[in-house]
Design a protein around this ligand. Structure first.
Ligand SMILES: [Zn+2]
Length: 68
């Protein structure tokens, strides 16, 4: 699987707004971004990465990276 590491800050509400119909027909192009709150802040204690499709908003999964 090909995941583009884009590391752009994105909020979850932005993703879920995307078109549901598009999502069914989509050939997903997955990107790795950093999840922020709707206010644009990143979570305390580490970055939450979100792997999602940049075309339709399908969410593949999350992982966290702790600051050291
Ligand atoms: Zn997609």
């Amino acid at each position: 699987m090909n995941i583009e590491r884009r590391y752009k800050c994105i909020s979850k509400s932005k993703l879920t707004k995307k078109n549901f119909i598009t999502r069914i027909l989509c050939k997903h192009e997955l990107v790795d971004d950093i999840l922020t709150s709707d206010e644009g802040f990143s979570w305390l204690g580490g970055d939450t990465h979100i792997v999602h499709c940049k075309k339709c908003g399908f969410i593949k999964g999350y992982y966290t990276k702790q600051y050291k």
